[in-house]
Design a binder for this molecule. Structure first.
Ligand code: LMR
Length: 334
């Protein structure tokens, strides 16, 4: 989208937005880029319902899924300008905000399962990271899970050598850039809404995402192989514009905090199952062959990607990485 159009959209969003009036409810515009039928889409809907309930309809959450209002980078700009009030970008998209530490979640094989992940996202390390957003005019409310990423392409990806020369779409994270380079691929940053077409036309050869995103974006129509690599995590931080949030009447803020806490429990309960179901739907489509790695192949992927942890330590913060290893009890470089 051209820059001028973005500004027009931002202005449009701002004009139609959120201030309380005597007649109507306060409106929270919540924009996101995925389908409604995904862990994030469903959690956002749950928050919408709970917010109405706990505020007794004094707050209304309007959802804008599927990049219908803004694409990845635009939505962050729109939030900072107050054109939308709430987002849940993936943790891989905070770099452009100057919040590079969030890219720690992109480190390959950092978490072995959801349990290890939650020691970080639902504990003090995760909270401290959210607090760093305040300096950017943003309040971090919660972490919502999606799941573990699988690698896809139009050729089978079994060994690191299979990546050689492939153009792989990534989110805007330098850690993901380094991860793809470590595998011998050529990373290409691209907005989520553009991925299907880029795969279809061969602008890129492959990508990585949890099954829920893969299936709901119909990537199985344009990717012949999906490798169950589980090589990285994709999740979200739910964030709000700080001026908007701090300007809310305290009783409404409390009610919204309660709604968010319950929506977060819901989000993190459904994510695993949503991804399992999406994977089954991909399998049932018969369009994408699903590849399971042997233990030796898995080990080769781990070894190849391990360098990224040290390569990116300066950017992310050595102490933060060490804190996460301590919280999970696992250092993937070993
Ligand atoms: C992606 O761009 O691949 C994901 O971040 C999309 C999302 O929000 O899950």
């Amino acid at each position: 989208m051209k820059k001028g159009c973005v500004w027009l959209l931002v202005l449009f969003g701002w004009l139609g937005s959120s201030t309380a009036t005597a007649e109507g409810p306060i409106i929270i515009k919540f924009s996101h880029v995925v389908a409604v039928d995904t862990p994030k889409g469903k959690a956002a809907e749950k928050f919408r319902e709970l917010a109405a309930f706990y505020t007794q309809n004094r707050v209304r959450v309007d959802l804008y899924p599927n990049s219908q209002l803004y694409k990845d980078k635009e939505e962050l700009e729109a939030l900072q300008m107050g054109a939308v009030q709430m987002l849940a970008p993936s943790l891989a998209k905070f770099g452009p905000l100057g919040a590079k530490s969030f890219e720690v979640f992109d480190l390959p094989f950092l978490f072995n399962d959801y349990e290890a992940l939650h020691t970080v996202t639902q504990g003090p390390v995760g909270r401290a990271l959210l607090n760093t957003l305040e300096a950017k005019g943003i309040v971090g409310l919660a972490y919502w899970d999606n799941g573990f990423k699988q690698m896809s392409a139009n050729k089978p990806l079994r060994n690191p050598d299979d990546f050689h020369g492939l153009k792989m779409r990534i989110q805007s994270s330098k850690v993901l850039d380094a991860q793809m380079r470590a595998m011998g691929a050529m990373p290409q940053t691209m907005a989520f809404s553009e991925v299907y077409q880029a795969l279809q036309t061969g602008v890129v050869d492959g990508t990585e995402n949890p099954p829920s995103n893969f299936y709901t974006q119909k990537m199985h129509e344009v990717q012949k192989y999906l490798t169950l690599s589980q090589h990285g995590y994709l999740g979200y931080a739910v964030i709000v514009n700080k001026d908007f949030w701090n300007g809310l009447p305290p009783d409404l803020r409390l009610a919204l905090d309660k709604a968010m806490a319950e929506a977060t429990v819901f989000a993190n309960q459904i994510a695993k199952q949503e991804n399992e179901q999406a994977l089954e739907a991909v399998r049932a489509s018969g369009k994408t062959e699903i590849i399971t790695l042997t233990p030796e192949q898995q080990q080769a992927w781990r070894q190849k990607m391990a360098v990224v942890h040290d390569q990116m330590a300066e950017r992310i913060g050595k102490e933060l990485i060490a804190e996460i290893y301590r919280a999970t009890g696992f250092d993937p470089r070993m």
